[in-house]
Each structure stands twice: as C-alpha cells, then as structure tokens.
Design a protein around this ligand. Structure first.
Ligand SMILES: *Cc1c(COP(=O)(O)O)cnc(C)c1O
Length: 371
C-alpha cells in the first residue's frame, strides 16, 4: 500500500546523518530535535502550540483528558473511523455517541449532529478521514451554539488546507479547540517508528496538555493531575524535521496518483471515485473507492492474485465492535456507515508511485470488471 523504502532512498543521506547526530549527542529524550520540530510544526500549521507526544492515540487521549470531562459525559463522533478515535473515549469513561457520516466525503455529517446532542454532551470529535476534512465550519457553528469542545482527529489529513466560508484558509487540526495527529510510518507525515502531536491555539489547554503528557507534572517531582508518559523520541523528531519540509511535495505526489486513478476509473459506472469537497484540499492519505454493482470482497481477492495490494478501511464500524457492547452501541442505527463498510476499498497510494505500477493496478481492476 505504501513504499517507504523508495522514499527513504531519496532522503537517505540527510536522514542517516540526522539519526547519527542524535546518537552521538546522546540526547534521546526531549533534546533540541524535539523542541526544534515542535516550533517548525507550529510554523507549518500556523498554530500557537504544538505538543509532541508518543503516538496519535495518545494525542487523542491527552486532548480529551485536558477538557475536564467526567465519566459518563458524551462525545459525538463518527463510527466510520479507525478504532483509536473512539477507544480513548471508552478508556476515559466517556460515552462515544456515534453519528452518521456523509456518503460522499466519508466524514461526520453535520446535519445529524444536533439530534445526538443531550445535556451530557461535552465534545465533538470529527475525523478528517482518508485525508479530507469534515465540514468544520458547520461543526464549529453547532459547537458554539451548544457550548461544546471540538477535538479534530487529523491523523489522516495533516497538511490539508481548509477553506472557510468567509474566504480564510486554515490547516486542518487548527480549527477546533484541539487537533491531534499521528506520525505512524505510513501516515502522510510519517516517522520511523511511533510519534504523534497535539496542537491548539488555546494557552490554557496547551499548558494542561503539556502537563498531562508529562505525568501531570507542574514542576519537577510535583504532580498536580493524573497524567501519562507520552513523549516523541528525539530520533523520531530528527526524522520528522527532514520530512516536514517535503510534506507539501509528498501531498502533491499523492494527489497526482489520485488524479490518475480518477481519470481511469471514470469509465466505470460501478466505481465511485473519491468525491473532493470544496471545503478542503484532499491530501489522499487513502484513495478509497465505493463500489456499486461489483462485489468488493471479490475484487479485493482478485487484486491479491495480481499482486496488487488493496485494503478495507474499515470492515467493522466502531458501533459494531465488541469493545463497545457495554455501551449498547450495537443498537445504534447507522445505515450509511454500514453501507460504506461493505462497499469501500482502498488502493495503493504513496509518494513514490511509478507510472507502470499505476498502469498495472488500473489494468487489474479493469480485468476484474470486464471478466
Ligand atoms: C492512525 C490513526 C490514529 C492513531 O494513530 P497512532 O499513531 O497509530 O496511535 C487515530 N485516528 C486515526 C483516524 C488514524 O488514522
């Protein structure tokens, strides 16, 4: 699905010397690489505070811990997402309230949010799935009206520009109260292990999240709140400092692959290519088709016989996971989410795709449809 080795070969000298430099200076934890990466990411995102942490799941957990919620409080979120988004809610004793997604954008449908709000609702966690932003203007409007926090799950969309209805532009992850991202190797900005970050323009939330990520420590050996231990390694920060300046070109490369797929698949009425909403620049973490009239699982199996990797993100929505059975969420009715989980398939997309690889993938899909 991704080719991290070819990408590494192109930046090898810079990466190798950056990693060696960390080892030679023996500043493995919270060294200058981490603080420099932090300010470089703040500049890139045009956000006041970036708090690096150990992974994207921790980022979400720390964000929710900082909001001062109590057990039983409800958080509105899509069910059509990676499990990390909703797992951290359960871990903190919060109740995920699953809301339907938009069939075209795969992101939470803002028109369905207000019906899910109760007196216990405290936050909305939209997910910018596959690299395209949820409708943040609509979500922020609802949040403001009902006095709710908004935490963006930006793990799949870092680098995306959001076009507000008033004409201004923000990076995704900087629009809500807090944005969370992941530097898992296959993410659009990936390191060589685990990594994550939280961002916010709110000084108080930033201070609170920094404290939580560091054992709730306010000054050395004084711990004011229950926190956790979540740090970005210096070696990972050094890798990310090399890759951050390339992020926009990586996004362009992904968008070129998506353009090629879009053009090719336009000939097949059974294939719905990703809809690109005008609200944001799709950064194509995944290139995901919706199939109507051809069997998704058969195509998936056929592609494997042609040495074409394909993946189902995600075969089981959160509300149907056993994990949430204690919440009674299997009774939640989300027909669009269920429909999508049976029909989506993601094709390989990465920064180093060659024309012959694309041609091979497209030909394999065509062969399946025409056989
Ligand atoms: C990857 C991902 C996460 C979790 O990130 P990790 O770094 O793997 O913990 C959370 N949410 C979404 C939508 C993701 O894709």
């Amino acid at each position: 699905m991704v080719d991290l080795m070819s990408q590494y070969q192109k930046i090898k000298p810079a990466i190798d010397s950056a990693i060696l430099n960390v080892i030679e200076n023996a500043q493995f934890i919270n060294g200058p690489e981490v603080t420099n990466f932090q300010s470089e990411l703040e500049n890139y995102l045009n956000v006041k505070h970036v708090i690096p942490c150990a992974n994207g799941t921790d980022a979400l957990q720390i964000a929710l811990m900082a909001l001062g919620l109590k057990p039983g409080d409800e958080v509105i979120t899509p069910s059509f997402t990676y499990i990390a988004t909703t797992e951290v809610m359960a871990l903190l004793g919060l109740k995920p309230v699953f809301v339907e997604v938009d069939k075209d954008t795969f992101c939470i449908d803002p028109t369905q949010i207000e019906a899910a709000i109760t007196s216990n609702t405290k936050a909305i966690v939209p997910v910018h799935l596959y690299g395209q932003a949820a409708n943040m203007d609509a979500i922020m409007k609802i949040a403001k009206k009902h006095n709710l926090f908004v935490v963006e799950d930006n793990a799949q969309a870092i680098g995306s520009d959001y076009n507000h209805t008033n004409g201004s532009v923000s990076k995704t992850g900087t629009i809500g109260d807090i944005g969370c991202t992941s530097f898992f190797p296959s993410k659009n900005l990936g390191c060589y292990g685990d990594g994550g970050a939280i961002c916010t323009n709110n000084d108080e939330l930033a201070a609170q999240m920094r404290m939580i990520a560091n054992h709730g420590q306010s000054k050395r050996y004084y711990h004011d709140v229950v926190g956790c231990n979540s740090r970005l390694d210096s070696i990972q920060a050094a890798v990310l400092r090399i890759k951050l300046p390339a992020l926009d070109s990586y996004i362009d490369a992904r968008r070129k692959v998506a353009d090629h797929y879009d053009n090719f698949f336009a000939q097949f009425p059974q294939i719905k290519t990703p809809v690109r909403g005008k609200e944001s620049k799709h950064v194509f973490h995944q290139y995901t088709l919706t199939l109507e009239g051809i069997d998704r699982d058969e195509l998936n199996a056929f592609l494997a016989t042609k040495d074409v990797p394909s993946m189902i993100y995600y075969p089981v929505p959160a509300h149907k996971q056993k994990m949430f059975s204690a919440f009674g969420s299997e009774n939640t009715v989300l027909p669009i989410t269920d429909w999508l989980t049976e029909r989506v398939i993601s094709l390989p997309i990465h920064t180093e795709m060659e024309q012959d690889q694309l041609d091979h993938i497209c030909a394999a899909v065509k062969e399946f449809i025409e056989k």
